[in-house]
Design a protein. Structure first.
Length: 146
C-alpha cells in the first residue's frame, strides 16, 4: 500500500499558491501560467476558491471556439465544479480522485483556504520515490546491509 499524504508532496514541492481572479482576461492568466511554469491556477474571489483555470480550458474553450484571449475573462471558461483534497489525504486517495474525475490538478484545501496545488506529475513523482525506497530497503535486506 502506498504510504504518504498530500502534505508530504507539498513539503517537497513547496506551498506557494499562484492564483488568478475571475474577471482577469484569459491572456493574463496564460502569462501567469508561463511565468510560474504551472499548468493550472486556482481562481479566487474575495479569498475564496471559485474555480480553476488550466491550459486545457484555454485550448478547448478559447482557441477551438474562436474566442479571443485578450477579451475573454477567466470566469467564462474556468471550471467551477472544483475537486479539492485535504493535506492529510493519502496519495492513493489523490490518485483515485484524479483518475476517476479525469483531472490533472487538485487544489489542497485546509480550513477553507487553498494551501497548495498538486498535479498528476507530483503524484507520479511521489509514487516513484516511494517505490525506489522500497527497492532500496529490499536490496539492503537481501544483501544483509540492514
Amino acid at each position: 500500500m502506498m504510504q504518504g499524504d498530500v502534505a508530504c508532496i507539498l513539503d517537497r514541492k513547496g506551498r506557494t499558491v499562484y492564483s488568478i481572479e475571475p474577471d482577469v482576461p484569459v491572456f493574463e492568466a496564460l502569462q501567469k501560467l508561463a511565468e510560474h511554469d504551472v499548468g493550472a491556477l486556482p481562481v479566487m474571489k474575495d479569498g475564496k476558491l471559485v474555480g480553476i483555470f488550466s491550459e486545457r480550458d484555454y485550448a478547448r474553450k478559447v482557441i477551438l471556439k474562436g474566442k479571443g484571449s485578450r477579451q475573454t475573462p477567466v470566469r467564462e471558461i474556468m471550471v467551477t465544479n472544483v475537486y479539492t483534497i485535504a493535506p492529510e489525504a493519502q496519495i492513493t486517495d489523490c490518485m483515485k480522485l484524479m483518475t476517476e474525475k479525469r483531472i490533472r490538478h487538485l487544489p489542497v484545501v485546509e480550513n477553507e483556504k487553498v494551501v497548495g496545488v498538486i498535479s498528476i506529475g507530483d503524484v507520479v513523482n511521489a509514487i516513484i520515490s516511494h517505490q525506489q525506497q522500497i527497492i532500496d530497503h529490499l536490496s539492503d535486506y537481501i544483501s544483509g546491509n540492514y
